[in-house]
Design a protein around this ligand. Sequence first.
Ligand code: ADP
Ligand code: NA
Length: 332
Amino acid sequence: TFTPRVFSGIQPSGNLHLGNYLGAIKRFVDMQGQGIETVYCMVDLHAITVWQDPADLTRSTRELCAGFIASGIDPEQSILINQSQVPEHAQLAWVFNCVARMGWMQRMTQFKDKAGKNAQNASLGLLAYPSLMAADILIYHATHVPVGEDQKQHLELTRDIAAKFNHDYGVDFFPLTEPVIEGAATRVMSLRDGARKMSKSDPSDMSRINMTDDADTIAKKIRKAKTDPEPLPSEAAGLEDRPEARNLVSIYAALTDSDADTVLAEMGGRQFSEFKPMLAEIAVEKLAPISAEMARLMADPAEIDRILTRGAQRAREITAPILRRTYDIVGM
Ligand code: ADP
Ligand code: NA
C-alpha cells in the first residue's frame, strides 16, 4: 500500500487562463492542508515539446510560479517545483520510454490534435509526452492527480505504464494512480466556440480569460462570449444542447463554489444580457486580487527563483531514492 500523495503540473507556456485556474490550480489549493503531501510542478520539459522562445519560457515559468502562489499555493505546505530542476523526472521518463509501446503514444488524442496533419514533422518529445508525464507522477509514487478532463487519457496511460513496469519486473513498486476529476468546471470551453476547450494555444485572445486580464478586458470578453438567444433554463438539464450557455453557467458555478442546478434555481429565466454582467463581476472579484498579487511577486524574480530552488531540494529528497530503487529493480 502507498501513502497518499498528490501531484499535478501545468505547462509554463504563457497565457495562464481561467480553465487552468478552475480546472486545476483552484483545486490544487483545495487539496492543501488536508494532511496529504502535495507536489505542484511547472512542467517546462513538457512546454518545449513545441517551440518556445527561450526568454518567454523563462518569464512564463516565473509567471506560472507567481500564479500558483497568488492563487493560494503555499510553498511551505506544498512542494512547488520547476520540472527541469528535478532531474529524476527526465531520468525515470527514459526508463518508461523503454516500457511503454509506440502504439500507446500514437493513440493519444492530444498528440493527434497537437501534431496536426503533418505528424512526421512533430517533435519526438511531443509523441513521448505522456511517458514523461507518467514519470512526473510516479517519481513521487503519487496516488492522486487533480486534473481537467482533457488529461484523463494520459492518466490511464500512466496506469498502463506502472502496471507494465510492475509486471515486467515482477514487483509492486509503482502505484496505479487515480485521476481526481471533479467540480463544476473540469472542462472550461472557449468563449468563442462551445465545442473547443479554453486553451493557452488558441490563437484568439478573445477565446479565453487570462489570469492577468484587467477588469475591463474580462468584462468585454464575457460580453462578447458566444451564446444563444434563449433565456437561462431553471435547471441544469435544460443546458443539454446549449454548450455555450452551459459553459458560462459552469464558470459561474465554479467561481462561486456552487453547482449548475443551484445557480439556475436563482438565475433561471434571465437573459444573457442580464447574466453576463453578473458573471463578469464575480470573475473580476475572484481574479483581480490574484493578478495583483502575481504582479507584485513578478517584481522580484530572484525571490521566485529562490522558492523554486528550495522546492527542488525538498522534491529530490523524495525523487532520488525512488529513482535509485527503480534502477536497482532494472539492474542498473
Ligand atoms: P493548456 O491545455 O491550456 O496548455 P495545460 O496542458 O498546461 O494547459 O494543463 C494544465 C492543467 O489545466 C491540466 O490539469 C489541465 O487538465 C487543466 N486545463 C487546461 N485547460 C483546461 C480547461 N479548458 N478546462 C479545465 N481544465 C483545463
Ligand atoms: Na492540456
